[in-house]
Design a protein around this ligand. Structure first.
Ligand code: UDX
Length: 427
């Protein structure tokens, strides 16, 4: 089938390339000409494992990009809205980009006779597809809802694993108000072995938020247990390894430490808090998920200061800047509040991350960025491990260059070492 994808961030780019891989003809739409040019040249506009191969394979054949909504809508049967839904200054969802995309699509289908389906894939708070997107499409197209399709199809992609997750989903959720819209979207996923959950748009939106909020709550839960274990002098990882044997819990996503970052968990939990409050419900548990998460980096700095005393003038090495391993993305990274606290207390900071140095330089220009862990550790009075990069597990001799061998580990990457004072955040 012919698909257009509005927005070429990591969800839009990955969805476009994977739909092309499934045999569909795909046109991407963006306002950023450099992204359009990259995609047409077979170069992914975002870093994702497996995406370069797919973009190179399909660009110029059944994958292209344009800034022209009309061209894209005229040459497709289904349009996916994959634009960003950032938080506003109060933490509530900002739907302005979704609204702009909806208006652009509404205008474009006004000038089109054939049936066209508009699908919201962006993460939007429950009620958005029906109460925000649909009215805009009706208003701008002048069409009756029976004359076009609308659906909601959330994504469950992890950064760094998004291509894998798209091609190997454990669920596909399609919310629609009428059968034809949902059937049309379901056809697009025919090449994937996966059960499709059919429901209404608001339920589909809530499935996405509940999924992310549950995963975030799981992390704050293990961190709360971890903080208690720390006071007891026991290892949370030993506790959660046994707990994870319960078939109702499972062994994944039980890693305590510095907490969750990324462009999704913090934003989505806060957006759900905002929506719940707007509906008159006080989400006590969701608020505590954020509160526990906000506190973890500060606990790491307190641990450091308990051991070193004043850190004014001291050199602290921060290993790991990205919000998680295998990405250069620093959005809501747990290293940001740590660096902020260190600088506020007058420490000098040296930092190393295999991929994220340049992105963090845009946030903190006044720290030393190093090209290896060893360089960052040189002459340091302490080291703080903030990201679960695999290479950190094998650090050993590199610690010899430290002035004072104190490690505060926020990601369970190391363990006790001879001649090194090792402190785990929750173990
Ligand atoms: C998440 C969801 O996993 C994905 O399904 C959704 O579509 C988008 O949000 P992502 O944010 O890319 O994906 O990363 P994820 O691998 O889930 O990790 C999120 C954060 O939680 C990272 O900062 C990671 O370090 C942290 N984390 C993860 C933990 O602290 N403990 C864990 O056990 C797992």
């Amino acid at each position: 089938m012919k698909i257009s994808v509005i927005g070429t961030g990591y969800v839009g780019s990955v969805s476009a390339a994977c739909f092309a891989e499934l045999g569909h003809e795909v046109i991407c739409v963006d306002i950023d000409q450099s992204k359009i040019d990259q995609i047409n040249a077979g170069i992914p506009p975002v870093y994702e494992a497996g995406l370069p191969e797919l973009m190179e394979k399909h660009a110029g054949k059944n994958l292209s990009a344009t800034s022209d909504y009309d061209l894209a809508v005229r040459n497709s049967e289904v349009s996916f809205i994959c634009v960003g839904t950032p938080s506003d200054h109060q933490g509530n969802i900002d739907l302005s980009i979704v609204k702009a995309a909806s208006a652009g699509l509404g205008d474009a289908i006004r000038r089109k006779k054939d049936y066209h389906v508009i699908v919201v894939k962006s993460t939007v708070v429950p009620g958005t597809t029906e109460k925000v997107v649909l009215p805009i499409i009706i208003g701008r197209s002048g069409k009756h809802p029976d004359d076009f399709g609308i659906a909601m199809n959330p994504e469950f992609l992890r950064e760094g694993r998004a291509v894998h997750d798209f091609m190997h989903p454990d669920k596909i959720v399609i919310g629609s108000l009428d059968r034809r819209s949902g059937d049309t979207v379901a056809l697009l996923y025919r090449g994937l072995e996966c059960e499709i959950t059919r429901t209404n748009p608001t339920t589909a939106e809530m499935i996405k938020y509940a999924n992310n909020a549950f995963l975030a709550a799981r992390i704050s839960f293990v961190n709360e247990i971890g903080n208690i274990c720390k006071e007891l002098g026991i290892d949370t990882y030993e506790v959660m390894k046994a707990v994870g044997r319960d078939f109702r819990i499972g062994p994944h996503f039980l890693n305590s430490g510095a907490g969750f970052g990324g462009s999704c968990f913090p934003k989505d939990v806060k957006a759900l808090i905002g929506k719940a409050s707007e509906m008159g419900y006080e989400p006590v548990l969701l608020r505590s998920v954020i509160a526990v998460n906000d506190e973890q980096p500060l606990r790491m700095v307190r641990l450091l200061k308990n051991r070193l005393g004043s850190i004014r003038g001291k050199k602290i090495a921060v290993l790991g800047l990205a919000f998680k391993n295998d990405t250069d993305d620093i959005r809501e990274s747990r290293s940001i509040p740590v660096i902020k606290e260190l600088l506020r207390d007058g420490a000098q900071v040296s930092a190393y991350d295999p991929m994220a140095n340049e992105n963090m330089r845009k946030v903190f220009s006044n720290i030393q960025y190093c090209s290896s862990a060893r360089d960052a550790l040189y002459g340091a009075d302490a080291c703080m491990i903030m990201t679960e990069w695999e290479e950190f597990r094998s650090l050993d001799k590199e610690f010899d260059v430290m002035e004072n061998r104190l490690i505060i580990d926020g990601r369970h990457m190391l363990g006790p070492r001879k001649d090194i004072e090792y402190l785990g955040l929750c173990w």
